[in-house]
Design a protein around this ligand. Structure first.
Ligand SMILES: NC(=O)c1ccc[n+]([C@@H]2O[C@H](COP(=O)([O-])OP(=O)(O)OC[C@H]3O[C@@H](n4cnc5c(N)ncnc54)[C@H](OP(=O)(O)O)[C@@H]3O)[C@@H](O)[C@H]2O)c1
Length: 290
């Protein structure tokens, strides 16, 4: 039996959707905080187990009878390492054989501006290794889907305003990450492996602006502001402090080259070419080539 956590979220939801194309629903369980959000899965025969990363007792019972668990990293930064440790401990105690963890693909966390936010992904990996459980680390690239969040809905009018310099990102589509994760969960040979699940091509934000120009027929410039000016502009928009901080750190990490590690791993496991920038932007911004 395979259990997927975060199944009410976007990545976990895609993993379960793809798993159900590969194995019978009777072999799939999910951990959710709110069973009402997983009624569509229960209706298909998925074993819906209720629990929270914060609640050790709920995890102890949710992980009974599970062979493989996919731990989708929490989106709650309040002691995220502690949350993940609770799942690892419960998996070990319940006799789970193999744990897969969705971390982040970063060149070197120790030199990354994102260390304060994402150091816990690597600490989670260290904790899993020390647990003695068989592991697979799925180091996910930045999703293509974050681009609209970084550039804003009015990008065609405002231009791409993001202090990432010439830094590039080997984006991956969340849907394709879901599919590849389901493949890894249902095939052999991934024991004790670490996969950087990054796209095969990396793009700069200047290239994103250029592609938006081509697709829209408008002049969409790339503006590379000073980080302080960027931070000030986001604050002026009234964005919450945590979003401002994350945006500033992400931009600094892109500028630092932290996400510039294209790799063939996704394509090799999927057995086909992965999504590229142009079709993603076309769909995300509802553009037709002019
Ligand atoms: N690579 C990237 O570009 C990128 C971007 C965004 C996030 N991420 C990371 O990747 C993860 C998956 O991405 P996503 O887009 O699927 O995120 P998402 O849609 O926000 O889903 C997060 C999932 O985690 C569950 N969750 C949160 N706290 C939990 C807890 N205490 N106990 C049990 N479940 C909990 C949520 O459950 P509820 O439905 O109950 O809230 C939800 O199912 C995120 O959580 C985040 O760590 C990566």
């Amino acid at each position: 039996m395979i259990l997927v956590t975060g199944a009410t979220g976007q990545l976990g939801g895609s993993v379960v959707e793809n798993l159900l194309k590969k194995v019978p629903a009777s072999e799939v369980a999910v951990l959710v905080r709110d069973a009402a959000k997983a009624e569509h899965l229960a209706a298909q025969g998925v074993d819906v187990r209720v629990g929270s990363y914060f609640d050790k007792a709920s995890l102890a019972s949710a992980l009974q009878g599970i062979d493989k668990v996919l731990l989708v990293s929490s989106n709650d930064f309040n002691d995220r390492l502690g949350q993940h440790k609770n799942v690892v401990d419960a998996a070990k105690n319940a006799g789970v054989k193999h744990i897969l963890y969705t971390g982040i693909a970063l060149k070197d966390i120790n030199t990354s501006p994102l260390k304060p936010l994402f150091g816990d992904h690597f600490e989670t990996e260290d904790y899993i290794k020390a647990s003695g459980l068989t592991y697979t680390f799925l180091q996910n690239s930045l999703y293509f889907e974050v681009i609209p969040q970084f550039v804003g809905a009015s990008v065609l009018e405002t231009g791409v305003f993001f202090p990432a310099g010439e830094g590039k990102v080997a984006f991956a589509s969340r849907q394709e990450l879901g599919e590849i994760t389901a493949t890894i969960l249902t095939t052999e040979g991934h024991e004790n492996k670490t996969y950087p699940l990054t796209g095969s091509e990396a793009y700069s934000f200047a290239e994103i602006a250029a592609e938006l120009s081509t697709l829209s027929g408008k002049n969409v410039p790339y503006i590379n502001p000073e980080p302080a000016a960027f931070e000030g502009a986001l604050k002026q928009f009234g964005l919450p402090d945590v979003i401002v901080l994350m945006s500033v750190l992400f931009a600094a990490a892109v500028k630092n080259g932290d996400f510039d590690q294209p790799s063939p791993v996704l394509e090799n496991i999927l057995g086909r070419k992965t999504t590229t920038l142009s079709p993603f932007l076309k769909e995300a911004f509802a553009l037709e080539t002019v």
